[in-house]
Design a protein around this ligand. Structure first.
Ligand SMILES: Nc1ncnc2c1ncn2[C@@H]1O[C@H](COP(=O)(O)OP(=O)(O)OP(=O)(O)O)[C@@H](O)[C@H]1O
Ligand SMILES: [Mg+2]
Length: 320
């Protein structure tokens, strides 16, 4: 049975407040990378790209979404301002990856809208959706490098797939992307020959291969040691500023996310429970935010996946 908008029945109060963004700090290193990219030809390769004057690159309005009969997101309204790094945080199963899939048009909401650069994603025909996706970079939750391809070929993949650029130009672009993540000398290695932290940086280089206007990172810090985490976080911020992109960082990691984000949304059970600058979130008295920021086991976040109580599942009483 498909769920209808009316049946999506998670209820959320309007608990969060909206705040102004802080301007990002653009570092000297970021400027250097920016010059590197500007000097090259991707602008020439994608002349059709024209940014609108809308201040929000991604705009999600009153969105309700459920997988079959199970409601996942309810009454979601989120805005992702151009040029910013926005963190989407929340516990496991709260719906973070689902939000990214809705933005990428892999799934469609039962009601509400997702617009990217002024285009209603759900209303696009396939060619238009593919065109829009070319302007999005995605770092998948589990890295997802092609194990049989070298580091070079992994990063070259989207360029070969989506452009008709000559091999010599792809070669230079791939090396520039790898240089931006500090791995130009690892181009010939296979994913099995590099560390987890390096693999994440290769995935990052692949995500930015097409100079995306929007970069979505799904758990970019998961499984990394503290140094690699810091390196990855810095790269996300610098690449965003150098490319003039907008970045959405889905993460559980409060420290790294707060370090680089201009703005933070907290999701819990498919609802936005709080949003604001990292500073405001640290000072928040919201019990969910406090539980999350202070990594407390006890609080409003439920431990159990929702459903029937254990005594019912064991056939020991209650309704069947
Ligand atoms: N393809 C699917 N079919 C049915 N249910 C799904 C599907 N994908 C995700 N879900 C459910 O939707 C809910 C939200 O999933 P989602 O992957 O968005 O969570 P998440 O916040 O990204 O979690 P995590 O932090 O563990 O990655 C979960 O309860 C999950 O079981
Ligand atoms: Mg996820």
């Amino acid at each position: 049975m498909r769920v209808s908008a009316a049946e999506v029945s998670i209820s959320c109060g309007d608990r969060g407040q909206s705040y102004a963004f802080i301007p990002p700090q653009v570092s000297a290193a970021a400027v250097t990378i920016a010059e590197l990219f500007r000097a090259h030809v991707l602008q020439w390769a994608f002349p059709s790209f024209t940014s609108t004057l809308l201040s929000h690159l991604v705009d999600i309005r009153d969105l309700n979404f459920g997988y079959n009969e199970r409601p996942i997101l309810a009454g979601l309204t989120m805005q992702f301002e151009r040029g910013k790094v926005i963190a989407v945080m929340g516990g496991s199963g709260s719906g973070k990856t689902t939000v990214l899939r809705l933005i990428g048009g892999q799934i469609t909401a039962q009601s509400g809208s997702v617009t990217v650069d002024g285009q209603d994603v759900a209303a696009l025909d396939q060619p238009s959706l593919y065109r829009l996706r070319r302007r999005m970079g995605m770092l998948f939750q589990h890295g997802a490098l092609f194990t049989d391809l070298s580091v070079f070929d992994n990063v070259a993949f989207p360029l070969r797939e989506h452009t008709a650029l000559p091999a010599s130009m792809i070669h230079d672009l791939v090396l520039m992307k790898l240089h931006a993540v500090g791995l130009s000398n690892a181009a010939s290695l296979k994913p099995s020959e590099i560390s987890g932290g390096m693999a994440r940086r290769v995935a990052l280089a692949r995500a930015i291969a097409l100079d995306p206007q929007l970069i979505m990172y799904d758990e970019p810090f998961a499984g990394l040691d503290p140094i690699s985490m810091g390196v990855t976080a810095n790269l996300i911020r610098k690449l965003n500023d150098a490319l003039g992109s907008t970045s959405i960082v889905v993460s559980h990691d409060v420290h790294e996310s707060f370090l680089i984000a201009d703005y933070v949304y907290f999701l819990s059970q498919g609802c936005i429970v709080a949003h604001g600058t990292p500073q405001e979130m640290r000072a928040s008295s919201d019990p969910y935010v406090k539980q999350f920021v202070n990594a407390q086991a006890d609080g409003p976040v439920p431990f159990h996946y929702p459903g029937r109580p254990i005594d019912q599942l064991l056939g020991m009483g209650g309704e069947s």
